[in-house]
Design a protein. Structure first.
Length: 243
């Protein structure tokens, strides 16, 4: 499976990249990044880093490198109310990638990272973080509409999925853990659970177009449990071979 990633230098995107690198079913990773990544990552034969000077422009040289992709996990985001980063950049990618998807003639899954508080109703009165929440909500609408309204462009092969996590926390045991705050007040998901869930949606799709925090947690934990179980089984087999 060939995967396109964005936001790879951020908290969520870097975890997605890390898990994709370890996943044997993912054979190619295209990382769209603002800047070069560490040499340890760039030397990975699975990873190809494309440094983007402008996330609204996709020259033919970039499009050629995106050919054959099966999935995009869009993990670029901000707590600031930025129309360009939340809407313009992903829409530019969608419009550039859609003809590629049409030529490939196979399902392409686009996973968009949003947030629990994103508000699609642009007229609703919000008491806090109003502008940022509306922009994220509008981004959700734009990404979902793209699947429906641009069928001529992508040939009906484009599938959009929205992931709406609550508070995203470090992995269990990492420093700076605020798990108690998230679990008590607004709900939470560990970053490795979120990344695992998004990769799994990319691989297998989802019955629901929108995955809320509870679904993300359950799916992510199930994936991580399967991985852990598989690793334990391999260790058991290795120990048996020593006897």
């Amino acid at each position: 499976m060939k995967v396109i990633l964005t936001g790879v230098t951020g908290f969520i995107g870097s975890e997605v990249l890390s898990q994709c690198r370890r996943d044997p079913t993912i054979t190619s990773i295209i990382a769209l990044s603002r800047r070069p990544l560490p040499q340890s990552i760039q030397k990975d034969p699975k990873v190809e880093v494309i440094v983007m000077e402008d996330f609204t422009v996709y020259p033919s040289s970039v499009i050629e490198r995106l050919e054959g992709a099966d999935v995009c996990i869009w993990a670029m985001g901000t707590t600031e109310a930025r129309q360009d980063l939340e809407i313009d950049y992903p829409l530019a990618f969608c419009n550039a990638m859609a003809p590629v998807v049409a030529r490939q003639g196979k399902t392409f899954r686009y996973i968009h990272t949003s947030g629990r508080l994103a508000e699609r109703d642009q007229e609703r009165c919000l008491l806090f973080l109003s502008e940022g929440r509306r922009i994220k909500g509008k981004a959700e609408l734009e990404m979902m509409d793209f699947e429906v309204n641009e069928r001529k462009l992508h040939g009906g092969h484009w599938k959009t999925f929205i992931v709406k996590p609550s508070m995203v926390l470090p992995r269990k045991g990492d420093k700076g853990d605020l798990r108690w705050l998230g679990s008590v007040f607004i709900g939470s998901v560990d970053v490795d659970e979120l990344a695992a869930a998004m990769i799994d949606i990319g691989r297998n799709g989802s019955e629901e177009q929108v995955s809320h925090n509870a679904e993300v947690v359950m799916r992510g934990r199930a994936v991580l449990d399967r991985i852990l179980y598989g690793e334990e089984r391999e260790r058991e087999k290795a120990s048996w071979s020593l006897w």
